[in-house]
Design a protein around this ligand. Structure first.
Ligand SMILES: NC(=O)c1ccc[n+]([C@@H]2O[C@H](COP(=O)([O-])OP(=O)(O)OC[C@H]3O[C@@H](n4cnc5c(N)ncnc54)[C@H](OP(=O)(O)O)[C@@H]3O)[C@@H](O)[C@H]2O)c1
Length: 313
């Protein structure tokens, strides 16, 4: 371990502080219990050199399959969702194979819970090689819901929460280069109406879902530009159309593809050395996203609004 003070760069200092915090927790069990996030379950830790990946929304559907595939490749997977029971099932399955895993619960409808999740990961991990922003809430029910923080529900769960989480985890991702951020979006993108971002008029679940998915893509392009040359690759994708997952079942849609197809598309963005940063993919191939995601003025407005709503400086 580098002693605190030996190298005073902010990165070295934050790494040293995290290492120190881990040592304290390992040697004083009572303190360890007090320091663990309330929602952290199971205790598998990454071994030296093991890749660490966070897959949000990995308690079911697409995220679950991506988490299992990462585990099968030997990674340490941070499994996330709201259901402790389903999260622990995924963790147990990964821990039975070559990989390892741990579950962290957080409801993305609460910024406090997103912040607690990011703080727990920054405290518990020395590296984060892969961040897959996959957690999402679909278009059904066709009802305007509001988050704990008072925002239109899909906009917060699908976009603002991963915006906040990604920014908080970015120092760790940048310390872990070459690293990757994959934003699981959709072809269902719809433009944001700047006069009514929280969709108080003419609400539809499809519109709410669609604008949250467009915001994710705009965020991807911004992040790619901000991180150019840093060794962090940032991409977004539509994984597959109507996979048989929870959100598709709730919408009553007939499945048209498999979870395997979607997971293969996500895995390509995680592991392939043939793809470029800053692109939106439809499955396995790059495709143009909705025009508003390329509009610099829209992106500036989205960035400023997101910083203000999430309290990021
Ligand atoms: N299914 C498709 O055909 C399709 C197509 C295009 C894009 N996508 C995208 O693929 C991603 C995965 O969706 P899926 O199809 O696999 O759906 P899913 O089976 O419904 O899974 C959604 C995941 O997100 C988590 N989640 C939902 N609300 C949450 C909240 N408030 N806070 C924290 N976590 C939350 C869920 O965790 P809990 O259940 O534990 O709460 C679950 O793990 C989404 O971003 C979706 O937009 C899916």
């Amino acid at each position: 371990m580098t002693p605190i003070g030996a190298d005073q760069t902010p990165r070295a200092l934050s790494r040293a502080l995290r290492t120190w915090s881990r040592i304290v927790r390992a040697t004083i069990p009572a303190l360890a219990l007090a320091c663990l996030p309330a929602a952290a379950q199971r205790s598998a830790s990454p071994s030296p050199g093991q890749e660490v990946a966070l897959v949000t929304g990995s308690t079911s559907g697409l995220g679950r399959e991506v988490a299992l595939r990462l585990g099968a490749r030997g990674a340490h997977v941070i499994v996330h969702g709201r259901s402790v029971e389903r999260g622990n099932e995924v963790v147990d399955e990964i821990n039975a194979g070559p990989g390892s895993a741990r579950f962290y619960g957080a409801d993305f409808a609460s910024f406090d819970q997103v912040r607690a999740l990011a703080e727990a990961i920054l405290r518990d991990y020395e590296r984060l090689d892969v961040l897959v922003n996959n957690a999402g809430f679909g278009s059904a029910p066709n009802e305007r819901l509001v988050s704990e923080d008072g925002h239109e529900f899909r906009f917060q769960v699908n976009y603002l929460a991963p915006f906040l989480l990604t920014h908080m985890l970015l120092p760790l991702v940048q310390e872990s280069t070459p690293s990757r951020i994959v934003n699981v979006s959709s072809l269902a993108q719809q433009p944001i109406n700047w006069d009514d971002v929280m969709i108080e008029n003419d609400f539809s679940g499809g519109r709410a879902y669609g604008q949250s998915k467009l915001a994710q893509v705009g965020f991807t392009f911004d992040l790619h530009e901000a991180l150019a040359g840093s060794g962090v690759m940032v991409t977004a994708l539509h994984p597959a159309t109507y996979m048989p997952t929870g959100m598709v079942r709730r919408a009553g849609a007939e499945p048209r593809s498999t979870i395997d197809e979607g997971a293969t598309a996500v895995m390509q963005l995680i592991v392939s050395d043939k793809i470029e940063s800053g692109l939106f993919f439809n499955g396995l191939v790059p495709q143009r996203a909705h025009a508003q995601a390329y509009d610099l003025e829209s992106r500036r407005r989205l960035r400023e609004l997101s910083r203000e709503l999430t309290g990021l400086r």
